[in-house]
Design a protein around this ligand. Structure first.
Ligand SMILES: Cc1cc2nc3c(=O)[nH]c(=O)nc-3n(C[C@H](O)[C@H](O)[C@H](O)COP(=O)(O)OP(=O)(O)OC[C@H]3O[C@@H](n4cnc5c(N)ncnc54)[C@H](O)[C@@H]3O)c2cc1C
Length: 411
């Protein structure tokens, strides 16, 4: 018989989990403190980045950090007042950057990636929005010879994981993507990547599908749990009490406290990211990735979006508008013309584990508690497959993917 399941968080991960759980006949309620898709899922670069099997911490990261931090236009910033709180996470981050560890992480991430697009398409089709996913591939572009040379390490690793790509020379880049300035010396085309025309619309459409299937989507902030002799049995929100047979924590960057209340200690942090969206700008025909400055440019339905950068600064400090400017400064160099009228700026919280792998697991303390968060830079990509795996765990089915690398207690 179907269970009564509470999903906490209506981002791409929570909405996906809810839909897969409904397919198994469960009665699902999603509770979100805001609306569906208003967390990190609101403003990401919208790329289904299936090539992305390399963690953020790679060999040599310790030496790269000072270089990035000293460059005001660089891809990384730290809010120094937050450093004492960040230190334990940073320590684990650096410890995850060894060559052998990175190899293992890439194998684990790739095992999710190869199933990611199919899971997206299945949910989008059921929700009636198949055309929101575009199979264009994506193009990494390099102005700096040195950056391209250091990217060879990434390409080798991707090759070992079976990622397909083609290398383009300067003259080919011009033909391939005429909207770009002729300043790029190298490019890497990933033919198997896709993107979502509007990532926020996708999550809202999936949430509507949850409701259409008989589920509930409720606005409330979960603050605690009622734990009986058999384990947790209800969540306590600001506005109500939500009884459940099983609970799934998909609260993105806010999952650490909720997990602790359910008996699991996780080193979850946030890598804050920024975007600028230009509704009137001319768009390239596929998403681009600046290999020089580590950000994405995506031709969304609602405009051209520049998204990326990492700011380590926790969940409370206000955004730094300077980080939006950094993106746009680089963007102006990419394109001959850039219509900046009516731009919108945003900052959001990537939920990040030190080893760049999500948590996808059942609780150790309580068997009716499940955890799916920490997807960092690749949560849009991995949301639907994560939801499918959570449904396997809830139903005591053996998942097709080995979930040991994503254990909640691995640190
Ligand atoms: C600039 C930027 C660019 C990115 N680009 C990409 C990309 O191109 N491709 C990709 O795959 N990924 C990308 N990402 C990463 C991706 O956006 C995230 O990994 C993903 O959105 C995480 O989804 P989520 O559902 O786990 O979390 P969220 O979308 O943050 O959802 C969590 C939800 O939980 C709710 N919540 C939190 N606490 C509570 C509570 N106590 N009670 C009730 N509700 C609660 C929040 O309101 C929120 O809606 C990017 C991220 C950023 C910031």
């Amino acid at each position: 018989m179907g269970k009564n399941i509470l999903v906490i968080g209506a981002g791409i991960v929570g909405c996906s989990a809810a839909l897969w759980l409904q397919r198994d006949g469960h009665q699902v309620t999603i509770v979100d403190k805001k609306g569906p898709g208003e967390g990190a899922s609101f403003g990401n670069a919208s790329v289904i980045a299936t090539e992305s099997c390399i963690p953020v911490a790679t060999p040599g990261v310790l030496w790269d950090v000072p270089k990035y931090l000293s460059d005001p236009l660089g891809p990384l910033a730290i809010r120094w007042s937050y450093l004492p709180k960040l230190a334990p996470w940073l320590w684990r981050f650096v410890r995850s950057s060894g060559e052998a560890t990175v190899e293992q992480i890439s194998i684990a991430l790739r095992s999710l990636m190869v199933e990611a697009l199919a899971a997206h398409k299945e949910l989008a089709k059921a929700a009636g929005c198949s055309d929101i996913i575009q199979d264009t591939g994506w193009l990494g572009i390099f102005e700096s010879e040195a950056k391209f040379q250091s990217y060879q390490w990434d390409l080798e690793l991707q090759k070992r994981r079976g990622v397909k790509f083609d290398i383009l020379k300067a003259e080919e880049i011009k033909q391939f993507e005429p909207s770009l300035q002729p300043i790029y010396k190298h490019a890497v085309y990933y033919p198997e990547n896709s993107y979502v025309l509007d990532n926020y619309r996708l999550v809202r459409t999936l949430a509507e599908d949850v409701t259409r299937n008989g589920g509930r989507v409720v606005q409330d902030e979960i603050q605690d749990f009622e734990i009986g002799t058999d384990g947790p049995k209800a969540a306590i929100g600001k506005n109500g009490r939500y009884p459940f047979d099983a609970v799934v924590v998909t609260a993105g960057a806010w999952s650490r406290l909720l997990s602790a209340k359910l008996g699991e200690t996780v080193p979850l942090e946030t890598e804050r990211g920024y975007h600028v969206t230009l509704p009137h700008a001319r768009k390239p025909r596929m998403p681009l990735y600046s290999g020089d400055h580590s950000f994405a440019v995506t031709p969304l339905d609602i405009g051209l979006r520049f998204a990326g950068t990492v700011e380590l600064g926790g969940l409370e400090l206000p955004p730094n508008p300077g980080r939006n400017e950094v993106l746009l400064k680089h963007g102006r160099r990419m394109f001959a013309e850039l219509d900046e009228r009516d731009r919108s700026d945003w900052m959001g919280f990537r939920p990040s584990m030190p080893d760049s792998k999500p948590v996808i697991d059942r609780g150790r303390r309580h068997k009716n508690a499940f955890f799916a968060f920490g997807h960092g830079h690749i949560g849009l990509t991995l949301g639907p497959i994560t939801g499918k795996l959570i449904a396997d765990l809830v139903n005591d089915r053996k998942p097709e993917i080995d979930l040991k690398p994503f254990a909640v207690d691995r640190f």
